[in-house]
Design a protein around this ligand. Structure first.
Ligand SMILES: C[S@@+](CC[C@H](N)C(=O)[O-])C[C@H]1O[C@@H](n2cnc3c(N)ncnc32)[C@H](O)[C@@H]1O
Length: 227
């Protein structure tokens, strides 16, 4: 599905005092492609704005990112990178689905944002992201939902970082996030966690999204973190 498809729907994503109106496919489920799944167990999760993605947007909206470089990993349609761009960052939205990147570019242009979007698979990162390292801020939302994701991100994220990089990952308490966080901690990364509610949603369990914030270790910043 592409942004010209009349079945696409508009969604308002609250992000602090910013307004973010994005176009997306009506349902991720309808986009499931059995060949893609058979090939790489790939599912079109990109087509929705997930609760963690909303939390990340709310958080970024509170930051002044003027002059900072920001890369969003597993961005889906790129709402995090869009808010970062609205807050003054030079932002790059990335995802392994070309369709996600197409929607990301379309939405950024529609919002009048100067934001880039590129196809990036964490397991084979292109030079266009490693050559631009160190990034000031590396962000992601709901990207630790499978064990293989943590394994790939443990290798990739250090390669994107320098001594002053901050890494922010919003996660809806996925079980597979735990080994990743533990491995980063064991590798000497400074770590803080905030527990935040999803904007506009009342949840009986209280805070539901974990916001993991990491800072690189003093030594071996770019060394792989084995998850
Ligand atoms: C649950 S969705 C979250 C989307 C968006 N961040 C949000 O919170 O709304 C996970 C995203 O990670 C992407 N993804 C999964 N594995 C990936 C990989 N190996 N390389 C790049 N992107 C990947 C998916 O395509 C999807 O867009």
């Amino acid at each position: 599905m592409n942004p010209d498809d009349p079945r696409c729907i508009w969604e308002d994503v609250p992000a602090g005092d910013l307004s973010l109106r994005v176009l997306r496919p009506p349902s991720a489920e309808d986009l499931i492609d059995e060949d893609e799944f058979a090939d790489d167990e790939r599912l079109p999760y990109w087509a929705e704005v997930w609760p963690s993605g909303r939390v990340l947007c709310g958080l970024l909206a509170q930051m002044d990112l003027s002059g900072r470089t920001v890369i969003e990993l597993g961005a889906g349609i790129g709402t995090g990178a869009m808010v970062a761009a609205m807050r003054g960052a030079t932002a790059l939205s990335t995802d392994w689905y070309p369709q996600a990147v197409e929607f990301s570019r379309w939405n950024a242009e529609n919002l009048g944002l100067d934001m880039q979007a590129e196809v990036v698979d964490w397991r084979e990162p292109p030079a266009l992201i490693t050559d631009r390292a160190p990034w000031d801020l590396v962000i992601g939302a709901d990207i630790l939902y499978e064990a293989r994701n943590g394994t790939a991100l443990g290798v990739l994220i250090p390669r994107l970082c320098g001594p002053h990089t901050e890494v922010i990952i919003a996660d809806p308490r996925r079980p597979d996030a735990k080994p990743f966080v533990q491995a980063m901690h064991d590798a000497g990364w400074a770590y803080v966690r905030d527990d935040l509610p999803v904007p506009g949603r009342i949840d009986e369990q209280g805070p539901i999204v974990h916001v993991h914030r990491f800072r690189p270790p003093a030594k071996n910043i770019n060394g792989p973190v084995i998850v």
